[in-house]
Design a protein around this ligand. Structure first.
Ligand SMILES: CC(C)(COP(=O)(O)OP(=O)(O)OC[C@H]1O[C@@H](n2cnc3c(N)ncnc32)[C@H](O)[C@@H]1OP(=O)(O)O)[C@@H](O)C(=O)NCCC(=O)NCCS
Length: 377
């Protein structure tokens, strides 16, 4: 038994996996051996999800079938919509999502995780229904009725349709799709690990996904993209960047959207998002936030680059979503509707050779203490 405590399990492998690979020094990310840049340029979310789940690019017929299955499982039960309506519309959308994903499990008999056909259906349902839940909450909290999913649209186009009830713009669809590809998987991150801990008890996949959604919601993980936009808005102008960032560094306050446990160079997804952002701004008009962000990157790298602190994926994703008109607190739910593909890929892999996660702790308390009667304490 290992007796060295490693805070945050840094560098401690918790599983073996064939799903994705990171080289944090060279800035490499691959899904099933395929570089992320290639997938961002040539693939779609549906095809990438298939690749992650089943370890190979689908043949045409396989992709069509998978896509068709996703399209036909987009609708959620009225009970889920009623649940959303019952919960406070001031809730954070991640809390709504976590509750609704857990509630999905009440509708489907997925308790036998040895049943491969049911597992397949669960994976399809989760990937297909998360966007519907996210969009439904957005509509309901604005006082509108949820928009029914359309099965003539791609995954990304349908999500934008359900959010706005407007025919989605092709550039917005492509950008949303690339964002979903970029966020779909990232080795053993906190939410994937959280999901796997739940999975290792043989809990149903809806519990696995809802655990992962909960883990993703924190600002040190998925919540960072929201914090980045808050910070950029607070900075307000390019001239104010240097004093603002230098003050954060002096006060040893975390700067959101930079730094990463594994990457010690710029996150390979960040430049892809930067290019998307530039494309978006050239068509839809400049974003002052982008100019502020570029300056933040320059000042952060100047001061903290030597420590391996560079922008991560969350640094530019929020700016893109903001320009697409997506509300700030929906950024992390969008991360979840993408990452669910990775969570489910890990769940399927774990089910092939499961062992309960049951780590150790190093006890630092006292022993053999006497019971002190209440009146003598
Ligand atoms: C992601 C993150 C939690 C990883 O942290 P970690 O691996 O636990 O790194 P540590 O906390 O050990 O930090 C190592 C050093 O880098 C510094 N550092 C790490 N992230 C930093 C940040 N965002 N801003 C300023 N300094 C940072 C730490 O202060 C520490 O400095 P020190 O050695 O002088 O004490 C961290 O970089 C962070 O909080 N980033 C902001 C949140 C974010 O963007 N999350 C999304 C990740 S995709």
């Amino acid at each position: 038994m290992a007796d060295a405590y490693v805070p945050g399990l840094e560098g401690v492998p918790v599983t073996e996996s064939k799903i994705s690979f990171i080289d944090g020094k060279k800035g490499i990310l691959e899904y099933r051996g395929v570089p992320i840049q290639v997938l961002a340029e040539k693939s779609t979310f549906e095809e990438t999800a298939y690749l992650l789940l089943w370890g190979k690019f689908p043949a045409r017929g396989e992709l069509e079938q998978f896509d068709q299955e996703l399209r036909s499982h987009r609708r959620v039960k009225y009970g889920i919509l009623d649940l959303i309506k019952c919960l406070p519309n001031t809730s954070h959308p991640m809390d709504i999502l976590q509750a609704c994903v857990a509630a999905l499990g009440t509708y489907y008999s997925a308790r036998d995780v040895a049943d491969k056909e049911e597992n397949h259906r669960s994976v399809i349902r989760l990937i297909a229904k998360l966007p519907t839940i996210v969009a439904a909450f957005e509509r309901i909290r604005r006082g509108d009725e949820p928009v029914r999913p359309r099965d003539d649209l791609s995954h990304s186009a349908n999500f934008l349709w359900m959010l706005t009830e407007r025919e989605p713009d092709p550039l917005a669809v492509r950008i949303m799709d690339v964002c979903l590809v970029l966020h779909a998987e990232h080795t053993m991150n906190a939410s994937t690990f959280g999901g796997l801990v739940t999975a290792s008890t043989l809990a149903n996949p809806y519990s696995v996904a809802s655990s992962a959604v909960g883990v993703l919601s924190g600002p040190l993980h998925g919540g960072a993209n929201e914090e980045v936009v808050i910070m950029l808005r607070e900075i307000g102008s390019v001239e104010k960047v240097r004093p603002y960032i230098e003050e954060l560094i002096r006060a040893k306050t975390r700067i959101m959207g930079v730094g990463h446990r594994v990457y010690k160079v710029k996150d390979p997804r960040a430049p892809i998002l930067q290019r998307l952002a530039e494309q978006l701004f050239s068509q839809k008009g400049e974003s002052p936030l982008y100019r502020i962000a570029s300056e933040v990157e320059r000042v952060v790298v100047e001061h903290l680059g030597a420590k391996g602190i560079y922008p991560n994926v969350d640094f530019y994703s929020g700016i893109v979503y903001d320009k697409l008109g997506i509300p700030l607190d929906q950024f992390t739910p969008i991360f979840a509707i993408s990452r669910v593909a990775g969570w489910m890929a890990h769940w399927l892999e774990q089910m092939e050779r499961n062992r309960l996660f049951r780590p150790e702790e190093i006890y630092t308390g006292e022993h053999d203490l006497p019971y002190i009667p209440l009146e003598r304490r």
